[in-house]
Design a binder for this molecule. Structure first.
Ligand SMILES: [Zn+2]
Length: 157
C-alpha cells in the first residue's frame, strides 16, 4: 500500500477509511499526520460562519447602486435611441435631393422656351427654400418623436 494512494483516499473520506488504509495509518506517521491535517481543515471549514454585512457596508453598497442607477437613467440628447433613427432617416435625404434636382431640371427643360429666366430662377429658389425648410423641420422633429415614443412606451405595454 502506497502513501500516495492512502492519502488520496483519505482526501475523499478521512472519517471512515478502508480497513487497509486504517492498518497503513497505524504504521505510517506521515499519513496519520495527513489525516490529522484533513480533520483540522474540515473542522475549520465547518466552524467558519459567514458574518452578515455591517450597516456601514450596506449603506456604501446602496449608495453605489443608487449612483449607478442615476447614471443609467440620466437623459442625454445624444443617446443611441435618438441617433439611430436619425441615421436611418438620413438615408432618405439623397432620394429627396435627387427628386428635387429632377423636378427642377424638368421645369427648366419645359419652361425655358416660354417663361423668362428670372421667373424660373425665382420658382427654383422658392422650391429649394420650402423643401429645405420642410426637410429641416422633419429631421428636427425626429428626436422629439423618439423621446415621446419612449416616454409613452411603459404606459402601453
Ligand atoms: Zn503512508
Amino acid at each position: 500500500m502506497s502513501c500516495r494512494g492512502t492519502q488520496r483516499r483519505l482526501e475523499v473520506d478521512h472519517e471512515r477509511p478502508a480497513s487497509a488504509d486504517l492498518e497503513h495509518l497505524s504504521r505510517c506517521p506521515e499519513c496519520a499526520a495527513h489525516r490529522g491535517l484533513l480533520r483540522e481543515l474540515y473542522a475549520e471549514a465547518r466552524a467558519s460562519v459567514s458574518e452578515p454585512p455591517t450597516p456601514a457596508l450596506l449603506s456604501q453598497v446602496e449608495g453605489q447602486a443608487r449612483t449607478a442607477l442615476r447614471r443609467a437613467h440620466a437623459p442625454s440628447p445624444l443617446r443611441r435611441e435618438i441617433l439611430l433613427p436619425l441615421g436611418i432617416a438620413l438615408f432618405a435625404l439623397p432620394i429627396a435631393l435627387a427628386q428635387g434636382w429632377l423636378w427642377l431640371s424638368g421645369l427648366f427643360l419645359l419652361g425655358e422656351a416660354w417663361l423668362p429666366a428670372p421667373f424660373l430662377t425665382g420658382i427654383s429658389v422658392f422650391y429649394v427654400a420650402t423643401v429645405g425648410l420642410s426637410l429641416g423641420a422633419l429631421y428636427a422633429s425626429l428626436p422629439f418623436a423618439v423621446a415621446y415614443a419612449n416616454r409613452i412606451q411603459p404606459e402601453t405595454s
